[in-house]
Design a binder for this molecule. Sequence first.
Ligand SMILES: C[S@@+](CC[C@H](N)C(=O)[O-])C[C@H]1O[C@@H](n2cnc3c(N)ncnc32)[C@H](O)[C@@H]1O
Length: 277
Amino acid sequence: MSYPSLWHKTDFTTKIAASYFQRYNHLLKWKNYKENVLEVGCADGSITRDIIYPHIKDHTAKFLAVDKSEEMIEFAKQEEMIEFAKQDNRNLKIDYQVMDAMDPVQVERKKGQFDHIFSLLVAHWIPDNRKFVNGFRKMLKPNGQIFMTIMVDTPMQQTFYKHASTGSWSKYVPNENIFGEYTDNPAKYFRNLVTDIGFKVELCESEKRSEVIEEFPDFLKVILSFYKYLNRIPPHLQEAYFQDHLRSCYEQGTYLGGKDNLDMPYETMICVASKAA
Ligand SMILES: C[S@@+](CC[C@H](N)C(=O)[O-])C[C@H]1O[C@@H](n2cnc3c(N)ncnc32)[C@H](O)[C@@H]1O
């Protein structure tokens, strides 16, 4: 099974997105014209279609969803065709495009084009959050708004730090950060960062939660597929590395048995902010 289809199977991030939209949808400030909306890091497009789309469709003229992964965008386009075939009464088309939001040239091409930018559970994969959010500022029109969610802490992140610093895996796992670093007060840290970049923050808060993830080994496989350093581990050790990672995650949550379900603790953050004039 390909990684986009494995990702498509998990509803973990869909639940997080749904709960944030339900609670904070009212903070979205729409203009009195039909807007241009961008989503950064849409992956397989399921949250794009199922969660973001229903909230924006009445306010939006153009909706572009981008991801740096060609495989994800290809999958999202195919799913989109299936969805369109099911509901031909949709008046807002979603365009999918490969884009690396950290590439200054690609960001420059979209300068000043968007009224809203959504980016759900992407920023923590990017060590340089200042550059990432600066790019958003550049792509926004005056008074444009960002709606971002970030995974501040997970058993997978903790396991990465453990592997990078101690034990036999440390010779393969880079001892440099591959995630955004949000200190022990993520909301304060991120609020300051975003304000410094030139936004007026409407909301920035983090919270600790837990969620049951069904078939956790499959979920972990997709998460690990995002880790660039994995190909440094020799092929004959890859399975042992995976099993070790799995064990460590199980230790940090509550293993529920069944189909290897794990009640997984995590800390997540939301930031809604408008580009200062
Ligand atoms: C964990 S997934 C989140 C997907 C979806 N937004 C969700 O909430 O389920 C993160 C996605 O961000 C994409 N991504 C990471 N860095 C990116 C970048 N610099 N530009 C565009 N997409 C990026 C990855 O390819 C991946 O598909």
